[in-house]
Ligand binder design. Structure first.
Ligand code: LRH
Ligand code: MN
Length: 386
């Protein structure tokens, strides 16, 4: 693909940032407060808008309910739009409530399942009010011990609950179903893998698609093959980009395995119109600054996509058809080793953006100003709350 064509495709890439990535977060061991970290939904929207101003490719922010709950969602929508920001995916929270000890939609008790469904429906209404067309659903549901519950009965409850939610979606709204192989459940998870999510989405209908969180797979999983398959089946709804070394570490995307991110983006680069895919980041920044970490994540995705778009598809096809294994592999290596940073700097300059948005933020004095204005707010970790 020519540089012009690569620039054209890159200019259409939109990455949604998560509101929860701008606040203080940590592990069950401790939450290390960051000076100037966002404390309210409005400050989280301010930071997302700043990331968009510096990168030019993050026009929407995902919300998590009730973490981002407000009384007037139309006012919140206006607040975001006044800063050229759209409100994107609405994430129901079916894990942050005492009632969900044994699950939410899969809970043995019908009244708890009803409560979970009511929350999801409330999130559909919120999505309508803020102009969002995406419900992004992850269930923490699962069990911790063999025998704790009937696994087939849980699956039946899952299908019933999701069917009722699906039936409440207005036309044009999508339900993205996110899977995860474990945690917080440590024996069985009701939505553990892409296969279960795909079966569920097929059963629900065309408004349901699979969300691939890149940190939600067992070690050694070929994530790009899952992406390729979901694309082939028109079941790929979106991504939660992050990176991990061990489990669901939620680290900066591309920070541990940039070659994996490149391989994933190669599958995306091969489709003509990736616009229907929700490219979203899902990270928590436990020991680093939130805003520059988010901008670094955005530029890492842009880098991987630019490299993927510069794969010589003709040479690759020729080598594959000839069964020349190494030649085919070397075509990919050539693209991965290509320094596309000048191309990205050019894209940014043509749009009046800083060539290196991370540096622009870090040298702009914004972090210091936010620390002065917002101070440092402490958050207790799970253990400390006991
Ligand atoms: C679960 C998950 C999910 C979010 C949460 C913040 O691990 O990936 O997408 O709800 O992180
Ligand atoms: Mn996620």
């Amino acid at each position: 693909m020519s540089d012009t064509a690569v620039l054209e495709r890159l200019s259409r890439l939109e990455i949604e940032t998560p509101s929860w990535g701008y606040g203080n977060s940590g592990t069950r061991f401790h939450v290390y407060p960051w000076p100037g970290a966002a404390r309210t939904v409005h400050e989280r929207i301010d930071d997302a808008a700043l990331v968009h101003r510096l990168t030019g490719c993050c026009p929407s922010v995902a919300l998590h309910i009730p973490w981002d709950a407000v009384d007037d969602y139309r006012a919140l929508r206006r607040y975001a739009e006044e800063q050229d920001l759209r409100i994107g995916a609405i994430n129901p929270n079916l894990f942050g409530d005492d009632a969900y000890r044994l699950g939410s939609l899969c809970h043995p008790d019908a009244s708890v399942r009803g409560r979970a469904l009511a929350h999801c429906r409330e999130c559909v209404e919120i999505a309508v009010e803020v102009g969002s067309s995406v419900i992004s659903l992850w269930l923490a549901d699962g069990t911790n011990y063999p025998g704790q519950d009937d696994l087939r009965a849980r699956h039946a409850r899952l299908l019933d609950g999701l069917q009722e939610l699906y039936d409440s979606l207005p036309a044009g709204m999508r339900l993205l179903v996110e899977y995860k192989f474990f945690e917080p459940a440590f024996y069985s998870t009701d939505l553990p893998d892409w296969g279960t999510a795909a079966l569920v989405c097929r059963r629900l209908g065309p408004q349901a698609q699979v969300l691939v969180d890149t940190g939600h797979h067992p070690q050694g999983t070929n994530v790009e093959q899952i992406v390729a398959l979901l694309l082939a089946e028109d079941l790929l709804g979106g991504f939660h980009f992050n990176n991990r070394k061990y489990a669901d570490d939620d680290l900066i995307v591309g920070s541990i395995d940039p070659f994996e991110l490149f391989r994933i983006m190669c599958e995306i680069a091969r489709i003509d119109s990736p616009e229907r895919i929700a490219f979203m980041i899902d990270q928590s920044h436990n020991v680093e600054g939130k805003i520059d970490a988010m901008i670094q994540s955005v530029t890492n995705i842009q880098l991987a996509y630019a490299k993927a778009l510069s794969v010589d598809e003709d040479a690759l096809g020729t080598a594959q058809r000839a069964g020349d294994v190494l030649a085919a592999h070397r075509v990919l290596l050539e693209a991965f080793e290509t320094d596309v940073r000048p191309l990205l700097a050019r894209l940014r300059e043509t749009r009046g953006l800083p060539p290196d948005p991370v540096e622009a933020f870090r040298s702009g004095g914004v972090a210091e100003r936010l620390a002065r204005e917002r101070g440092t707010s402490t958050v207790e970790s799970a253990y400390e709350r006991t």
